[in-house]
Write a protein that binds this ligand. Structure first.
Ligand SMILES: Nc1ncnc2c1ncn2[C@@H]1O[C@H](COP(=O)(O)OP(=O)(O)OP(=O)(O)O)[C@@H](O)[C@H]1O
Length: 402
């Protein structure tokens, strides 16, 4: 699949970044009849290829700011530049090509199939039928839906999470350098939400778009954001920084109240699965004789095996006693995995739904890379707590000296 943006901008071509820089310069939005502006004067640079999360209390101007970028809302004054070009000078077609848009629930057209929903923008841009078809299948694959099973379904025949995946595919359809997302995962249950977030991180690792995403959820902002913009009323920036800095040194009381106390659990949201040691375990292939897999596992002292498909994707994690009745290894339906870029917090949630006290970890394109265990996470928590105690002692000693 083409991951490089090919419409003329040069940002990051050598580094694999396909996103474009976004600059807001003193952008103001005053709705008719409003006494105070919804956004008073917002200036901000969003680097190419990064995910920037907008958070803040209800009504602070997050959605207004986002929609001004693709001109769904016209700014009252100020300038917005994408890759140095003023969005006001772009035609509607150019904006569609440059900016994908994903909102809660995917907002799919109910009377159109999945394929038609995804193809809307490419068709508007005049792509020929075979290119559109190829693109739809690529995108379904990218968002983890088997094209042959899902392309001809209607939105009502999909779960909420699947609809949201199609919504993401539609946002990516014309390979735009910029994707805007408004509460994209707000309408799904926590486990699906976590999966969709993981998938977004995995897709982003591949595509390196510039993604601007509005959320109510500070944990989602910490997890997904390369940077977080915390807005207060009137679209004023309270802090704009990496999640690490926002958590470790909130700019003021407003930010620390909003972010919540720097508890160990919050710190677990900062640590990624790929930062701790993963454990190897025995794997088996779908279709191989069960006896072989059982023998390998028993020789290694394991009581279960991870079942992989022909593309190394985990498809089950049976106990050996469950396997013994079958002649060949079969997939099971209920395996929940975590992406290597997931937070330890998510891994912990996933483990709580598993009888193994561990979670299966996947990398690019959902390939199996190992397991993360409960003990590893609790060890890491202990390490963080020790560090925090040390830091407090250090600060106290410094205070006493002064
Ligand atoms: N079309 C409109 N006409 C008048 N006022 C509006 C309009 N849209 C939004 N506002 C007001 O502008 C301010 C910012 O709204 P906006 O939707 O951008 O906030 P938000 O931070 O996204 O809020 P939420 O988190 O509740 O979605 C609010 O005071 C809102 O009432």
């Amino acid at each position: 699949m083409t991951t490089q943006h090919t419409t003329g901008h040069t940002t990051g071509q050598t580094t694999g970044i396909s996103g474009a820089e976004i600059r807001l310069e003193e952008v103001v939005k005053r709705y008719p009849g409003q006494k105070t502006a919804a956004v008073e004067s917002l200036s901000l640079t969003i680097p190419a290829g990064e995910i920037v999360m907008f958070v803040g209390p209800s009504g602070c101007g997050k959605t207004t700011s986002l929609k001004m970028i693709n001109r769904l809302i016209e700014p009252t004054s100020g300038t917005i530049l994408i890759d140095g070009e003023d969005v006001r000078k772009s035609s509607a077609d150019e904006l569609r090509r440059k900016i994908g848009y994903v909102i809660q629930g995917g907002s799919l057209f109910p009377h159109m199939t999945v394929a038609k929903n995804i193809a809307i923008v490419p068709k508007m841009l005049g792509w020929d039928a075979s290119r559109v078809k190829g693109r739809v299948d690529d995108l379904l694959d990218l968002v983890g839906l088997d094209p042959s099973r899902y392309r001809d379904r209607y939105p009502r025949e999909l779960s909420g999470g699947q609809q949201q995946r199609v919504g993401v595919a539609r946002g990516l359809a014309a390979d735009p350098p910029v994707i805007l997302m408004d509460e994209p995962f707000g309408a799904v249950d926590p486990i699906t939400r976590q999966r969709l977030q993981d998938e977004l991180l995995s897709i982003q690792r591949e595509l390196r778009k510039t993604i601007v995403c509005v959320t109510h959820d500070i944990d989602e902002a910490i997890k997904l954001g390369d940077r977080i913009v915390i807005l207060r009323e009137g679209g004023h920036i309270a802090q704009y920084d990496t999640p690490e800095v926002v958590l470790a040194s909130p700019a003021d009381d407003f930010v620390s109240d909003f972010v919540g106390s720097g508890s160990t659990l919050k710190q677990l949201s900062l640590a990624r699965v790929n930062e701790v040691d993963l454990r190897e375990t025995v794997t088996a292939r779908i279709g191989e004789p069960t006896a072989d897999a059982v023998q390998r596992a028993e020789a290694a002292g394991e009581r279960s095996v991870i079942v992989l498909d022909d593309r190394d994707r985990p498809r089950g994690w049976p106990w050996l006693r469950q396997l013994k009745g079958d002649r060949i290894v079969e997939p099971t339906e209920d395996l929940v995995t975590v992406d290597e870029r997931s937070t330890l917090n998510d891994a912990l949630d996933t483990m709580l739904t598993s009888s193994h006290g561990a979670a299966v970890v996947t990398g690019d394109r959902d390939r199996y890379i190992g397991i993360v265990t409960f003990d590893t996470v609790t060890d890491h928590m202990r390490l963080l707590e020790d560090r925090a105690v040390e830091e407090r002692a250090h600060e106290q000693a410094a205070g006493e000296r002064a």
